[in-house]
Design a binder for this molecule. Structure first.
Ligand code: ADP
Length: 277
């Protein structure tokens, strides 16, 4: 009564026949599930003790201890906050991997979501004063999970801010794309986040969306990065019928684009510019 997972391939055999090759991957699938459960459980269990430690550190930082101890407490506070963010990201990632999102589907107003995200990222840019431009070429909405889409888009714009030097340019572009096929026309929608920042070398591109992968560990640590952001983006976009594509050139800048299939684009395309801020 065991549930089997099979990987099936069809390969041509001779001139008119095909060969069906089935491989039992049950053990691999079970192992992957065990890994996911382990990460989810450990992350969850770490949350409570960490909250207690943070609480005590906060109380101690208000006391009249020697300045040397207060500095140490403040450093410990920063590091525990970093750990807490890491755990939150791990929990987001395991939710994306382990749960179905069918019940949270609704029509998401992407243009207003992008406007809010840009406001937040302007605050993040602070004194570094990036020129963040929003170009809305369509008013399409998406049928999907609002919080997942928001988390994906926010990660992309925040990364562009992190990895673009002071005063650099970031373009957030929302547009519709009409694709012609044998079955007729379909309208997909594309979000691109383009920056003229540090860029990524061609060797690093294929591994970028792996968990914990960071191009330059020293530089990434400076920005407080964990290497989980793009893994979250990839899963969140995929769960909402989209695909993440990345192009980049070292020293020139990057383009992260999310392509959403016509099944989730809920408004007909408007092919004029409806806004630029
Ligand atoms: P992190 O938390 O380190 O930012 P991410 O998963 O979001 O982790 O990104 C993985 C790595 O990809 C980053 O460490 C960085 O090296 C690279 N990266 C992400 N976005 C950009 C970007 N817009 N420009 C250049 N490099 C980027």
């Amino acid at each position: 009564d065991r549930l089997l997972h099979l990987e099936v391939r069809v390969v041509p055999y001779g001139q008119r026949q095909n060969l069906l090759i089935a491989r039992d991957v049950t053990q691999l699938v079970n192992l992957e599930q065990t890994r996911r459960d382990f990460v989810a459980n450990v992350s969850h269990e770490l949350k409570t003790p960490l909250t207690v430690v943070r609480g005590y550190l906060e109380t101690m930082s208000d006391s009249d201890l020697d300045p040397m101890w207060l500095r140490a407490i403040s450093l410990m506070g920063d590091q525990t906050q970093r750990m807490s963010q890491l755990i939150d990201q791990l929990l987001v990632l395991s939710r994306l991997e382990n749960t179905s999102n069918d019940y949270l589907q609704r029509t998401v107003d992407i243009p207003s979501m992008l406007q809010n995200i840009i406001r937040e990222c302007q605050v993040l840019s602070g004194e570094r004063k990036h020129n963040i431009e929003l170009l809305l070429e369509c008013d399409c909405s998406l049928k999907g999970n609002e919080s997942e889409l928001r988390s994906a888009f926010l990660n992309l714009v925040a990364n562009a801010v992190h990895y673009t030097p002071d005063g650099g340019n970031i373009l957030v572009h929302w547009r519709a794309q009409t694709l012609k096929s044998q079955d007729g026309e379909s309208t997909s929608a594309v979000l691109s986040v383009v920056d003229d920042g540090v860029g990524i070398s061609v060797n690093d591109l294929p591994r970028l969306t792996e968990r914990f992968y960071r191009v330059d560990k020293g530089r990434s640590r400076d920005t407080g990065g964990s290497g989980l952001g793009l893994a979250i983006v990839k899963h969140a976009v995929r769960r909402n019928s989209g695909e993440l594509k990345i192009t980049s050139e070292l020293g020139q800048g990057s383009n992260f684009s999310c392509h959403f299939s016509d099944e989730v684009v809920s408004k007909p395309a408007v092919s004029k510019c409806i806004g630029r801020t």
